[in-house]
Write a protein that binds this ligand. Structure first.
Ligand code: HPA
Length: 172
């Protein structure tokens, strides 16, 4: 029986020397890998009372939507600035060089709703922290954040310490 780790292709020195890139496409392109990935994320939510699943562009959509579908919950896309057509709120966050902005529709989370955030990978945690803050500004409660992969050395978990964070695979 293969474990999810077995489906992750690791590419040394990509995109820069010294970085080991954990490739999610190698999970997706295997039918068993894809199913195991979705099931593993969903397993982390089995005791969680949730109203809305939200995911960040773009790999958060890949894993968030099937989980939302299986749980029969709505899915809210959190997108890069300028992509969403209706009234949005936005949140800035710092990148290694410069900053970025993500947005979500104002009517996508209602006050009091319990929200789970899903993404494929946590590195420094900056994007998902911004997503969580934005959900909270709409009155939502971030009840859990689930990642398929965690790069523990980049200390995303520390940055997200006020949240309930779980990852399926953790790389030291
Ligand atoms: N894999 C995929 N995305 C990433 C990685 C990685 O190893 N590091 C930062 N973003």
């Amino acid at each position: 029986m293969k474990k999810l780790e077995d489906y992750v292709r690791s590419i040394p020195d990509f995109p820069e020397p010294g970085i080991i890139f954990r490739d999610v496409t190698s999970i997706l392109q295997d039918a068993d890998g894809l199913q195991l990935a979705i099931d593993s994320i969903q397993e982390k939510l089995k005791d969680v009372d949730v109203d809305v699943i939200a995911g960040t562009e773009s790999r958060g959509f890949i894993f968030g939507v099937p989980v939302a579908y299986n749980l029969h919950k709505p899915f809210v896309p959190i997108r890069k600035k300028g992509k969403l057509p209706c009234e949005t709120i936005s949140q800035d966050y710092d990148l290694e060089y410069g900053s970025a902005t993500i947005e979500m529709h104002k009517d996508s989370v209602k006050p009091g709703q319990k929200v789970v955030l899903i993404d494929d990978l946590v590195a420094t945690g900056g994007t998902i922290e911004a997503a969580a803050k934005m959900v909270e500004r709409l009155g939502g409660e971030v009840v859990k954040i689930v990642f398929l992969m965690e790069l523990a050395g980049l200390k995303g978990r520390e940055r997200l310490k006020e949240y309930n964070v779980e990852s399926v695979i953790c790389y030291e």
